[in-house]
Design a binder for this molecule. Structure first.
Ligand code: AMO
Length: 434
């Protein structure tokens, strides 16, 4: 007999199998009892006709508490009563770890459990196939990203997560005590990935945690997220960078559609792959759109959650899920972004996905003097950034790049209601555990 299903946990010899997993449920129906055993691949029905089973074994298996971990050996039979088409008639069993009663939350109960309860008991929450599926898809997504960037000549790098200066604004820095000296948790690999452009490592990528001391309790902000950063040299303009993002996201969406079929089915979701090139809207066009829809933003303002949503609704109505917003005012963008000379705008872009920013990037200012001037204009002291600026003094190619929030991408792809659904153990201003 072949394996019951594609699982190394099930071994079949002469029609006999040993299965290990969690007792999801036991139903006693008088003369017959059923035990549903769950492992990472799904569930298996253990069928126990009382008269045909050793009484001690019957007693043991029918009294097991939910979520107890067991190993059961028995005979595999074909069955048209079960989804798997198979059932197991037990001949012996061993309890490997008994689950206490009551459970902190149910795994199969159809009651709505608060997000907080779920996160407090994440080990239990993750036993639900529809929760686990999200993280299997997340892992596939990262694998697909890595495939796409490697194919395009990017080298994987790891930059420091404890640093002397932040890149994305002082208010959002987590300060740490570094042997008596102040240091900060990295908000992004921005400064380091740019330094690397001066080395001849023309194309680099990093997928790593980023920390933001953002005191906002929203469904799209957390204080620790995974940032997928790229930086590429020898670009003529930011549009080359945008083209590369498209190539990568297209590979990810197409790949997940194929490889993630089982998980997408569990979640009841479908992935749509937008046509390329993604539309481009200028910041000024967006401002006009939000103004016409009753949001009184003025030139230079951040589009904000509400503005992004208005634009998202308009774009989705036109069948566009992913679109770039380009030419932001230089004032609204960080010092490292290149100004569009002679205008108040910049060579920057955001990539929005159904009404939410998932990435920002652009062409960088690679000219030393212009970079220092831009820092000063932003009220920063170039002295504090000498480790970064030095790399621009001795030959720095034109370059650009982006940062994508991995969880935001996943949330939008799967239409999840909250970024916390896409993080195993999320961190926000009110959550530091588990
Ligand atoms: P930015 O600050 O826009 O740009 O961040 C890039 C992307 O990271 C994600 N992100 C977050 N996700 C969850 N919670 C947060 N608090 C959070 N903050 C940011 C978003 C966002 O689009 N260095 C630049 C990128 C670059 O120019 O290369 C940067 O960090 O998806």
């Amino acid at each position: 007999m072949a394996l019951i299903r594609d699982s190394s946990d099930i071994k079949v010899a002469d029609g006999t199998a040993t299965v290990r997993g969690w007792v999801q449920d036991v139903r006693n129906m008088g003369g017959i009892s059923f035990l549903t055993l769950r492992d990472r691949h799904g569930t298996l029905q253990v069928t126990m006709p009382k008269k045909k089973i050793d009484p001690e074994l019957f007693e043991l298996l029918t009294k097991l508490s939910r979520e107890t971990v067991v190993s059961i050996t028995g005979e595999v039979k074909e069955s048209n009563q079960t989804a798997l088409g198979l059932e197991l008639i037990p001949t012996s069993a061993e309890v490997l770890s008994e689950a206490a009663v009551p459970l902190p939350m149910g795994v199969i109960d159809k009651v709505n459990v608060e997000m907080d309860t779920r996160l407090n008991n994440r080990f239990m929450d993750l036993r639900k196939p529809e929760v686990k599926a999200i993280f299997e898809l997340k892992a596939m997504m990262v694998e697909l990203i890595e495939e796409a960037v490697r194919k395009n000549g990017f080298t994987q790098v790891y930059t420091p997560k404890i640093s002397a200066a932040g890149a994305e604004g002082g208010a959002e820095l987590f300060k740490v005590d570094y042997f008596g000296k102040p240091a900060y948790l990295a908000q992004s690999p921005q400064l380091y990935k740019q330094i690397l452009m001066s080395t001849g490592l023309d194309r680099v990528f990093e997928i790593s945690p980023a920390f933001r001391a953002e005191h906002s309790n929203t469904n799209r902000h957390v204080t620790e997220f995974i940032s997928f950063d790229c930086e590429m040299s020898w670009i003529a303009n930011e549009e080359e960078v945008m083209g590369m993002i498209e190539t990568i996201i297209d590979h990810v969406l197409n790949g997940l559609k194929e490889r993630g079929k089982k998980q997408l089915e569990i979640l009841g979701k479908e992935i749509t792959v937008p046509a390329r090139p993604y539309p481009m809207l200028t910041y000024s066009e967006c401002l006009k759109m939000v103004n016409e829809n009753g949001l009184p933003l003025k030139e230079g303002d951040d589009l904000g959650t509400e503005g992004e949503k208005i634009i998202g609704d308009i774009m989705m109505e036109k069948g566009c899920d992913l679109y770039f917003i380009i030419e932001y005012p230089e004032e609204a963008k960080p010092f490292y972004i290149m100004e569009k000379d002679g205008t108040p705008y910049s060579f920057s872009f955001d990539l929005d996905y159904r009404g939410q920013e998932i990435s920002s990037g652009g062409q960088r200012e690679h000219r030393y003097d212009a970079l220092v001037a831009r820092m000063e204009k932003k009220g920063l002291d170039p002295e504090d950034f000498s480790f970064y600026l030095d790399a621009f003094k001795y030959g720095m190619p034109p370059h650009g790049g982006w940062g994508i929030g991995i969880e935001r991408l996943l949330v939008k792809m799967l239409d999840l209601p909250n970024i916390r659904e896409a993080i195993l153990f999320p961190r926000d201003p009110s959550r530091l555990s588990p």
